[in-house]
Design a protein around this ligand. Sequence first.
Ligand code: ZN
Length: 382
Amino acid sequence: MINRISSVCSFTADKRIIDSHVHLGTWKNDYYYPDRLKQYTGTTQSGQNVEKFFASTLDCLVKRDGKYIKNETEGNLDMVNNIKRYNAQDYVKPLLVCQPDSGAASNIEQLIKSHNLFYGLKFHPIDAKLNADSELYNPYMKLAEKYSLTTVFHSGPLGTEASPQKIYNLAKKFPKVPVVLYHMSLSPGGSVGNLTEEEIARRGLSNDRGKWVWEVREKWNQDGIDAVKESIAKKDANLYLETSWTKPETIVKAIKEVGADRVLFGTDAPIGDFGEFANKGKYYEYVDSIQNAIRTEFKEKADEVIEKVFYKNAENLFNPQTFPVNTNTISRTKPGKIIGIAAGIVGAGVGLFALNKQVKNQKALKNTQVPIQQLYKFNAFA
Ligand SMILES: [Zn+2]
């Protein structure tokens, strides 16, 4: 296991934090409502204020018996309903989960048009069992381009559907679309034992396979870092790294190699590796351990680095109505549909009404899928 440093810093600057990778929805035998995220809001021991989260629903990512728990439309709507029911709009910002293996970009476009409160598109090539450079992603990427939305991808080991190189291949086809490599290439977990002897030697791994996931995950993180480095050098894609499941020292390394403008803080909460049932204390300890590592490395420049990694980069990338100043030479175009966005604001009331109606229609369905102990929460809002 990793030893997280839990020292308390002496600085007390009131800094804001955005967590760019969290989840709602079904996980194993549990169901995450926005209150699971609310517990992490507030101020850490070192004076960092956890303000908001960019969330995607696990219901559209996890498959059971080969089928997603919910399709693109139903799952994403469910997430929005829950955010509204819990009055969590201020701190939970939804990303639309896309299912290019079985869905259609038109489903996603309909949600964007009718609700106007989505901040990006999320993909999980391994869950979808679909290579990230498959043409089936193209219609979704075109939507991202059209509505000026950032995309986020689960990224994993070379050779898998979510390898950084495959995601980079796709990103090259849509160089204006920001593409975030969640986990900066996650270590292979259960499949770690399948690596060939050559691959083991190439990566300089020890023979203790049990330690690989936790203690040598940076060997895989480097694949993500290298893809972003290459894209910056070649100026042929708009790639970023996200920090969940990575060690503080690897995050520092990533910042040094790709620059503070290219790294976003994220945790995968409530699933993150600070503990599946992480409490607020563990979450804050994780935040502070990363910031301490940044302070040790970047010294007087640390405040600026922390502000970018923990807030500014996400604020710029995930707001569909402001357009980030790009540090790369690739600049994002203004969306072709500003009028659509304005119309969406006007239509929000109508959308809300329609959504409420849909909530009622879906209630019976939901109640069959939600753990019993959570039902009272729905009733409280009904
Ligand atoms: Zn995740």
